[in-house]
Design a protein around this ligand. Structure first.
Ligand code: MN
Length: 265
């Protein structure tokens, strides 16, 4: 029996997690291990200085699930390192409330869970719904379950995961599916400076929801703007291979030796 590990960064009670779990029940035996609270925008946090707890609970369909006080990546690590009796065949993280496109993938706890799965050698998917409002996850869950079947059938290369973003639209309004590359986010963050009752400054990083360069053809942001599902293969090798030669031309070894000896004189 195919075993599937499901987690998220919106927390164990998030509707997107439950819809994903229910859709994946048709694909394999699903185990849910998710954070006991929200970890949105927590990146690839791992817990190192306090114990991890895991509590059993029941999802709305009566099935057993596990809630951890750890991060999304901790949840995957727990499962892989022995909390589960066997390694899962597939890791699926989501379905996140809010798209994870472009540079978001470095912030996202949803992506971190899938990346943790990839690092541990399991094919992994990250899935998000492109809305911050009360989303209807049903269509997205069905699509992600289909994609999970495809990933299981075809396999994924080492160090590669799939990042899926689904428009928040009724199925009949979804215009198609695009295989994409990462786009460029446009963050609208601003620093809000206030004073607390004791006269000390404090700060919020606030501002509008992020936008993006929807005109960059072939990107995830472009696909969503055209009401298409976006599937981006993500490689964990972030090396810019094309820059290696130019960086070598800086001759850092030679130049550092000169610089260092001058500094000591
Ligand atoms: Mn989230």
């Amino acid at each position: 029996m195919t075993s599937i590990l499901v987690s998220n960064d919106d927390g164990i009670n998030a509707p997107g997690l439950f819809h994903l779990k229910q859709a994946l029940d048709d694909v394999g035996e699903v185990t849910v291990i998710a954070p006991d609270r929200e970890w949105t925008h927590s990146g690839h946090a791992k817990t190192m200085h306090k114990p991890l707890r895991v509590n059993e609970l029941r999802l709305p369909d009566g099935s057993l699930a596990y809630a951890s006080n750890g991060s999304p990546a901790d949840c995957i690590a727990l499962a892989v390192l022995g909390f589960l009796p066997q390694l899962p065949d597939l890791v699926v993280a989501g379905i996140n409330l809010g798209a994870n496109v472009g540079h978001d993938i470095t912030y996202s706890g949803t992506l971190a869970a899938a990346i943790e799965g990839t690092i541990s050698g399991m094919p992994s998917l990250a899935a998000s719904l492109d809305t911050y409002e009360d989303g209807d996850f049903r269509y997205a869950a069905r699509f992600v379950a289909y994609l999970a079947q495809q990933a299981l059938a075809h396999g994924l290369p080492p160090n590669v995961l799939l990042n899926v973003n689904v428009p928040s639209l009724p199925g009949e309004e979804i215009a198609g599916i695009e295989i994409t590359r990462l786009g460029r986010r446009l963050y609208l963050d601003e620093l809000i400076r206030r004073q607390d009752p004791r006269g000390q400054n404090y700060y919020w990083i606030g501002g509008e929801r992020p936008s993006g360069y929807a005109e960059d053809e072939g990107t995830d942001i472009w696909a969503l703007a055209r009401n298409h599902i976006s599937i981006t293969p993500i490689h964990l090798d972030m090396t810019e291979h094309e820059f290696i030669e130019e960086l070598r031309s800086w001759e850092i070894t030679t130049q550092w030796a000169v610089h260092n000896s001058e500094a000591r004189e």
